[in-house]
Write a new protein. Sequence first.
Length: 364
Amino acid sequence: MITGNKGEWSEIYTLFKLLGDKQLFLGNKEIVKLEGIVYPILRVLRTENNGEFEYSIKDEIILISGGEEVLKIAITEFKEKAKFLLEKIKSNKERTFSVPEIEEFMQSINCISLKASSTAKTDITIVVHDQRTNQQPVLGFSIKSQLGNPSTLLNAGKTTNFIFKINGNIDQIEIERINSMMVKRGKKESADLKGRVKSILSNNKELIFFKTEKQIFSNNLILIDSKLPEILSQVVYEFYSSKNSSVSDLVENTNSKNPLNFDISNEHKFYEYKIKRFLTDVALGMMPSKVWAGQYDATGGYLIVKESGDILCYHIYNRNEFEDYLFNNTKLETASSSRNNFGTIYEENGKLYFKLNLQIRFRK
């Protein structure tokens, strides 16, 4: 029996829904459908353990394997199954669950797993008809579902730690006091990271960006923009030293302080522009732990499964909408400080340092 969480079942829902709709609708930064712009879907390509399959959309859905037609299925069948699966996903309260009625249908169309075999960022591959260019590009999309818990855009790790130098000395007793500051959330105690930052700053000290913990991540950022390590460090610092968490608010605050002393006399949005570039590259392939050559894994962009069941496309052809969506719908959050080894004052070569971590999640 196939079991999965809401996000995983959303991938099967997306397959059924798109085959039923036969077209992709574009969205704006508010996650609302853009009127008048659609991409007709010609085929959906899927790699399973038992081979490669193609769902070709004509008057019916024609399943093709190895160049041979395997079977035909009425489009209404996919519409009905999508509607049924949506209700099951929305009503289920378990962390993982099975949907036997859908599993039976999946097997009949050679769809034997929830996640298609794919590259790191591509969840579904679609051939569309681009009416502007009259081309039929093969596009790999990453699926983000609002039916379950918000997904991460950038996962935390030691790879996403930023090291700050503390200017001046703090005595050992005060260091121990700061490093032991905890906060209770429900029944669990965790490091009071914002409290620790506040205590360091209240000692008339400053946290000055030194470097990222891992050089690969730093070089990936520099490849996108030479100033990006410094800019991101300021956004991270802003998160831990204020009550803001949304990317748009943190960037606005950073811009108003202008720590990199850009010439903003003509109101150039340096920080916003560069952070949007960063978010786009993360969304489409850049990983902190791997050398980034600037080549996108998800060649199409994102498909967003809304709570209503509608699916909206954010296509890298429509780069402005895609960047605005990422910028306005993400937030920074605090990851585990013990697992990722950050949030304590430590000494190295007679100098004091403090690490802060970057994790980015979708707001919904």
